[in-house]
Design a binder for this molecule. Structure first.
Ligand code: ZN
Length: 138
């Protein structure tokens, strides 16, 4: 099994497309409304595009209107890392894959969305791969 923590930037550049590398490994952001999963309602599991770890499910996805896929919870709390990000001159919370430490997006709290958590995990489509499933309980 690959130890993703050992991969260098050169390794990642060979595994990913240039745009995937820019977002996942350099904490970039895809343009709003351009991602392939923004409005997707397909039942399934979203895995990390970089390492394949299952991160989010369609059951926790909701329409936020923000231009990126939004989830109110990860598949399990230990699948993601959340850390403070002051890069734009304000404090945000960055979300990373706990397995490979790739950037996924940001999480915002208390925006008033009618979801069980009132959290919005705002995740770049290009960081995810959707595997459609007939039934999430299986
Ligand atoms: Zn990952």
């Amino acid at each position: 099994m690959t130890d993703f923590s050992m991969l260098t930037d050169d390794d990642w550049a060979q595994r990913l497309t240039p745009e995937e590398f820019r977002v996942l490994r350099q904490a970039g952001t895809e343009a709003p409304g351009t991602g392939e999963y923004t409005d997707t309602e397909t039942v399934g599991v979203y895995s990390c595009r970089a390492c394949g770890t299952e991160l989010f499910r369609s059951a926790e996805k909701f329409h936020s209107g923000c231009g990126w896929p939004a989830f109110f919870s990860p598949l399990a709390a230990d699948r993601v890392i959340e850390r403070e990000d002051r890069s734009l001159g304000r404090v945000r919370t960055e979300v990373l894959c706990a397995n490979c430490n790739s950037h996924l997006g940001h999480v915002f709290a208390g925006e008033g969305f009618d979801t069980p958590t009132d959290l919005r995990y705002c995740i770049n489509s290009i960081c995810l791969t959707l595997e459609p499933k007939d039934d999430l309980s299986s």
